[in-house]
Design a protein around this ligand. Structure first.
Ligand SMILES: [Zn+2]
Length: 258
């Protein structure tokens, strides 16, 4: 049973996995019973998390068997717990390409005026192209748009649009896959086949690979950017228990008040 379960979690494509997640919710607590790791999103503890990733980028002990969070989801959630995101009154929020593990939680959150958007996802409230968001300027106090900007044709234009619809004093989280060995973001419009894109940009549908200059891209679009490493926020013990990625950097993009 355990083998079958592990096999399914590693072999099935993530969208299908997510649709099957009700199955995992039943079996995971039984199979992975224990208290070595904790997922702050579902607030459950396990003996360990599951492994995740392709043969090239395989990681052990990272996927929550209950709600399928990865390191980056848990880092973001833990950061949010240190802000007034769960308690502040009447937050107007835009969630682009909403992550399944957050979506249901945010939807239930009474202090959020919560709008979801995506190019095509059926769970999104509205559908739009991020290059040209069909919404008024200065509308949202909080915007999340994670793992999107590596897919779009013109990332700078999309960042300017995110900045435009954010209200002054607002903030957002726009995480992307980042290669910290690259000083500058790698783009090459001549790389177009899925095979080449996977080889150069890590995934078949990525059109660039962001480097250490990623926060400068956000600054260029008008944001000020705060940067946090997990070790800035959490002890080594917490980083181990929540299984965070030590080298990941969380960027908080803010729009200044005038
Ligand atoms: Zn979880």
């Amino acid at each position: 049973m355990k083998k079958v379960y592990k096999f399914l979690l590693n072999k099935l494509p993530r969208p299908l996995l997510i649709r099957l997640s009700y199955v995992f919710r039943v079996f995971a607590p039984l199979i992975y019973k224990g208290d070595n790791v904790t997922c702050p999103v579902c607030e459950k503890s396990f003996r360990k998390f599951l492994s995740y990733g392709s043969n090239v980028a395989h990681r052990e002990n990272v996927l929550c068997p209950y709600d399928l969070t990865l390191e980056r989801h848990r880092l973001m959630w833990l950061y949010l717990q240190r802000t007034d995101f769960f308690t502040a009154d009447a937050i107007k929020m835009l969630h682009v390409a909403p992550e399944q593990c957050f979506y249901h939680r945010f939807k239930k959150q009474k202090n959020l005026d919560y709008l979801t958007g995506d190019l095509e996802s059926p769970i999104a409230d509205i559908h739009f192209d991020l290059h040209d968001i069909p919404l008024e300027a200065n509308r949202f106090n909080v915007i999340f748009c994670n793992h999107v900007l590596e897919h779009v044709d013109d990332a700078q234009q999309c960042m300017r649009e995110l900045h435009r619809v954010m209200s002054p004093g607002g903030w957002g989280i726009f995480q992307v896959p980042q290669d910290f060995s690259l000083e500058e973001t790698y783009e090459d419009p001549s790389i177009v086949t899925p095979e080449d894109r996977e080889k150069h940009f890590w995934q078949k549908d990525h059109v660039r690979l962001f480097g250490r200059d990623y926060p400068d891209w956000l600054r260029k679009a008008g944001f000020t950017v705060d940067e946090y490493k997990p070790s800035d926020l959490f002890s080594d013990k917490e980083i181990e228990r929540y299984r965070l990625m030590k080298k990941e950097i969380l960027y908080i993009a803010k729009k200044m008040e005038h």
